[in-house]
Design a protein around this ligand. Structure first.
Ligand code: KIV
Ligand code: NA
Length: 278
C-alpha cells in the first residue's frame, strides 16, 4: 500500500477532496483509524490529557511524544503520520528544534511534525523545512498556550485578531508549512483563510470552509471516561459505554462464578493427573 504524502494532501486540496485527520496515540488506535480510512494520523500532544491523565498539554515531554509516535508508526502503513512538537520545543534554538523534529522522524517513525504558533516559532519551522522535515502549522486556539489564553476558547472573533490570524496563516504558508490546522475559529474566518492559502487547511471547531477536518479519536468514538466533549465534536460511537458494560459483565460473571466455563479452560491428560494425586 502506498502511503499518503504531503503531495497527496496538496492534490486533495486542488481537487476539492476533503482531508480526514484523526488523532492516534498507540498501535490499536492507529490500526482502527487507518482501517476507518483516515488520510492522516496525528499523534497529538492531546495524548497528555486523553491517555496520560494530565490536565493540559503543557506537561507533555519529548520522551512521551517519541514513545507514542513509535507505537503509532509501528502499526501505520498507509496514512501520513504527523506528530506534535511538545510544549516549548519549537521555541528553542534552531539546532534544538531540528534535533527534536529529527528524533520524532528517525526514532519515532513519523513523516512530519506539527508546530503551534506563528512568528515566535518561524525560525524553527524554516529550519525544519530547509532540512527536509515537513511541518504542519497550527493557529487559532493553540492549547500549549492555554495558561496565556485563559482557557480553551474561540479565537479570532474581533477584526484585530481575525486579521492577525489571516496574516499568521500567510506567514506560515510562506515559511513552507505543508498544511495548517485551524482550531476554534469562526467559520467565516477559517473559510477566508482556506481560500487565501494554496496549502490545505484542516479545521477543528473551524466550520465547513476548511479543506479537511480533524477530531480527537476518543472524542469522535465516545471513548471518554464520561466527561463532556466540546460542542464542535460529533460523537459517532459509544465506545466508552460499551467498554464499561463489557467490564461490568466480566466482573459480574467472575463474582457469580459464571466465568470461566468449560470452553475457557485447559485440561490435564488423565495420566498426568493421576500422578498429581500420587
Ligand atoms: O493534539 C491534538 O490532538 C491536536 C489536534 C486537536 C489538532 O493538536
Ligand atoms: Na496538539
Amino acid at each position: 500500500t502506498k502511503r499518503v504524502t504531503v503531495t497527496t494532501l496538496q492534490k486533495m486540496k486542488e481537487q476539492n477532496e476533503p482531508i480526514a485527520m484523526v488523532t492516534a496515540y498507540d498501535a490499536p488506535s492507529a490500526a482502527v483509524a487507518e482501517a476507518g480510512g483516515a488520510d492522516v494520523l496525528l499523534v497529538g500532544d492531546s495524548l497528555g490529557m486523553v491517555v496520560l491523565g494530565y490536565d493540559s498539554t503543557v506537561p507533555v515531554t519529548m520522551e512521551e511524544m517519541t514513545h507514542h509516535t513509535k507505537a503509532v508508526s509501528r502499526k501505520s502503513q498507509r496514512a501520513l503520520v504527523v506528530t506534535d512538537l511538545p510544549f516549548l520545543t519549537a521555541h528553542l534554538q534552531k539546532d534544538e528544534v531540528l534535533k527534536a523534529a529529527a528524533r520524532l522522524l528517525q526514532e519515532g517513525g513519523a513523516q512530519a511534525v506539527k508546530v503551534e504558533g506563528a512568528h515566535a516559532v518561524l525560525s524553527g519551522i524554516e529550519a525544519c523545512v530547509a532540512a527536509g522535515i515537513p511541518v504542519m502549522g497550527h493557529i487559532g486556539l493553540t492549547p500549549q498556550s492555554v495558561h496565556q489564553l485563559g482557557g480553551y476558547r474561540i479565537q479570532g472573533k474581533d477584526s484585530e485578531t481575525a486579521q492577525r490570524l489571516l496574516e499568521e496563516a500567510q506567514t506560515l504558508e510562506a515559511a513552507g508549512v505543508f498544511a495548517l490546522v485551524l482550531e476554534c475559529v469562526p467559520e467565516e474566518l477559517a473559510q477566508r483563510i482556506s481560500q487565501e492559502l494554496t496549502i490545505p487547511t484542516i479545521g477543528i471547531g473551524a466550520g465547513r470552509g476548511c479543506d479537511g477536518q480533524v477530531l480527537v479519536y476518543h472524542d469522535l468514538l465516545g471513548y471518554g471516561s464520561g466527561g463532556r466533549v466540546p460542542s464542535f465534536v460529533k460523537t459517532y460511537a459509544s465506545i466508552g459505554e460499551a467498554a464499561r458494560q463489557g467490564v461490568h459483565s466480566f466482573v459480574e460473571e467472575v463474582k457469580s462464578g459464571r466465568f470461566p466455563t468449560e470452553e475457557h479452560v485447559f485440561r490435564l491428560d488423565p495420566a498426568v493427573m493421576e500422578g498429581l494425586y500420587g
